[in-house]
Design a binder for this molecule. Sequence first.
Ligand SMILES: *Cc1c(COP(=O)(O)O)cnc(C)c1O
Length: 411
Amino acid sequence: MNHRQILDLDKEDPLAEKRQEFYLPENTIYLDGNSLGPLPVRAGTRAQQLIGQEWGRDLITSWNVHNWIDMPVEVGEKIAKLIGAGNGQVVCCDSISINLFKLLACALQLQADRRLVLSQTDNFPTDLYVVDGLNQLLGDEACKLQLVAEDAIEDALQNDVAVLLLTQVNFRSGKKHDMQRLTDLAHQHGILVIWDLAHSAGVLPIQLDNWNVDFAVGCGYKYLNGGPGAPAFLYVAERHLEYVTQPLKGWMGHESPFNFTSSYIATKGISQFLSGTPPIISMGVLDAALDIFAGTEIEKISAKSIALSELFLTLMEQNKELTDLKLLSPRDANRRGSQLAFTHASAFAICQALIEQNIIADFRSPDILRIGISPLILRFEDIWLSVQALTEIMQKRLYEKASYQQKKQVT
Ligand SMILES: *Cc1c(COP(=O)(O)O)cnc(C)c1O
């Protein structure tokens, strides 16, 4: 592939215009949208409106006048469309960690005669910590974590497991589980499933309803571009809604919060999963960011993600300088999320050398260089330029520079 052919790919790209809808610093290639999505222009506009007019001018009346009070459900419905969920099953609130706590408690309630929570050893740590916390509260008799390696999950799906808790796309390797198949297998053994969609929502086609998923959580600040610390979301299949009560009871989940009664009565439906007051400013920003997806199918976004990733890998494979960077992600695009992970003993320093050239990738301990593929902002030319920069860094061993070895608090 030569440069001209790459530029043609950009000309033919049906999503090429989407890039204009984001603020992107000049001469910067952002390969980290899987960690913190870039700023949509409309999100910036909405933030100013939220602060200047809604909070600044209309003050407390905004709860009614600007309908702040319904924001968690309305934002939830926008997210629902991106993950194949029908109405009334998704709400936007809190963080993944907190939402997982609520859902795990509910799933265990439904499985009173089982206690095992099966997960994968290299799952995202917060997911495992949440099980640990619930175990501390409920005791081993009610909640016990069982960790297995990724290739042992299917064998571990036995009739004593209460809940299968997995992340669809592994945050390090980018490996993608077959969500539909594992959900089916789990159900055959009477196991309920909770899927973490942190690296899936907004970039991979997902059919929560059609795949019979029981519960799911996901992130607002990765591919949904909701900004740092954007609220997360949770999904509860309609068939479970009336049989569960979540433990983080708070007034926003009460059937009539403004009656201020001393006893808790959960509201019907997905709103019972709210606890405290929603963070209106950040949720409003996420709300605006989600409008980027209106009129665009996730299938198209996913197809471009695959095309960009395949280009990256093809260019790398053609290049002898890059053979030391070992692909950790599956080579088969159908088994990957929207990222590429490479291992190298100097991965941290290589990442720093890329950042110095305004190519922002990220590093995951101990030796992983992660390339996030955000189809809404990346051009095929960006991939070409990134592989060129990587080639120079490897060829000239630019990563050996002393200043690239220094790790900061957030990597
Ligand atoms: C990013 C991420 C999270 C983040 O959890 P928060 O509690 O929202 O900070 C959780 N799980 C996975 C798999 C992630 O990648």
